[in-house]
Design a protein around this ligand. Structure first.
Ligand SMILES: *Cc1c(COP(=O)(O)O)cnc(C)c1O
Length: 367
């Protein structure tokens, strides 16, 4: 069996280090706003080439707090892609603002900059591009639209650890960015965790207040904030894993290259692309097929795991029915939602497993 993802092999490779780090945190009872957290904030921000990192409870809250810190709320609109994980839009809704969905680029699956301008209204305050699957958004186009219309940019980097755009790690191109360290993410914690990155001193200070109940001193609270701090144990584990991140991203890229070699030109399977100015980090490896349900069932029968990221575009989710979205609003996202399949992708996949996946796919699409 080749699973879609296996986190256990990676854990085994770092188990001794992780267990020692957890023990160290326990012995020091340094759980909240700890030195481990502060060190991770510095190290991760540095890895991304951004000035400040503010550790928070998870990726959804990272995006939510970034919006709050930028003063976005009631009556405002934020442009988000129609095809993403629901947390992107939920963060906007939690802030009191309205997500406005935009269709995706047919090649990269990321938000289509050509369709962003038409979604701008007098209420639009920000764009939240998502570097989906690990491929970067065409940020130059997004930045120029944002500049021309006075909009903020919050990058959703939850799937983009190790993703580069024009030679640089993503996460520092807008006003702020949010990362998730959900366990299965390219850099995953052992529970929930997230971070906001920003180059703005002022925004970083606001974010630190917002995540810690608005606290300025132990008994003084300048604003009504939230409790959304990066856990000390998670930070200690993330510090260990960060040292391996580049190696793991390279392994993902190498697997993608192998898939490309083994599957190129096969009728009935569309492979992901990497734009010339991009370094894809392959958080997930998404292909398109015509009859997805039978394709997935056949893979399963032959011992190959698969998944769908994501089967329902957000404008068609029951949770967003109140916005009045309908079939036909975002045709590319809608068509792809029916055709996309994620096939096994994680750093520890072996050559033998990659060959097995490719062989099974060829058999399945040949019938
Ligand atoms: C995972 C994810 C999030 C949310 O992260 P959590 O840590 O699970 O809250 C947000 N946006 C995208 C695109 C994601 O994939």
């Amino acid at each position: 069996m080749v699973p879609l993802i296996d986190l256990k092999i990676q854990h085994r490779s770092i188990a001794a280090e992780v267990e020692a780090a957890i023990k160290h945190v326990c012995e020091n009872t340094a759980f909240i706003l700890s030195d481990e957290m502060k060190s991770f904030e510095i190290e991760f921000a540095e890895y991304c080439g951004v000035k400040h990192g503010v550790g928070v409870a998870n990726g959804t809250e990272a995006l939510f707090l970034a919006l709050k810190a930028l003063g976005i709320g009631e009556g405002d609109e934020v442009i988000v892609p129609a095809n993403t994980f629901i947390a992107t839009a939920a963060a906007v809704s939690h802030a009191g603002a309205t997500p406005v969905f935009v269709d995706c680029d047919p090649e990269t699956y990321c938000i289509d900059p050509a369709k962003v301008s038409a979604a701008i209204t007098p209420r639009t305050k920000a764009i939240m591009p998502v570097h989906l699957y690990g491929h970067p958004v065409d940020m130059d186009a997004i930045l120029s639209i944002a500049r021309a219309n006075g909009l903020k940019i919050i990058e959703d980097c939850a799937q983009a650890h190790g993703t580069h755009y024009k030679g640089k790690q993503v996460g520092g191109m807008g006003d702020a960015s949010g990362f998730s360290f959900y366990p299965s993410k390219t850099l995953g914690a052992y529970g929930d965790a997230g971070i906001v990155l920003t180059n703005s001193d002022e925004l970083a200070e606001k974010l630190k207040l917002l995540r810690d109940n608005g606290r300025t001193t132990w008994y003084e609270h300048a604003i009504i904030g939230y409790n959304s701090r990066l856990d000390g144990i998670q930070a200690a584990i993330l510090r260990i894993k960060l040292k391996h991140l580049d190696k793991w991203v390279e392994a993902r890229r190498s697997h993608a290259k192998t898939y490309q070699e083994l599957l190129a030109g096969i009728d009935g399977v569309v492979l992901p692309i990497e734009k010339p100015d991009a370094r894809h980090s392959y958080y997930v490896y998404v292909v398109r097929v015509k009859d997805r349900e039978s394709f997935m069932a056949a893979l399963k029968e032959k011992g190959v795991g698969s998944g769908v990221h994501y089967p329902v575009p957000l404008h068609l989710q029951p949770a967003y029915a109140f916005l009045g979205g309908k079939e036909g609003d975002h045709p590319v996202a809608e068509r792809y939602a029916k055709e996309i399949v994620s096939i096994p992708m994680f750093p520890e996949l072996t050559e033998e497993q990659l060959v097995k996946v490719a062989t099974v796919i060829k058999e399945v699409v040949a019938v």
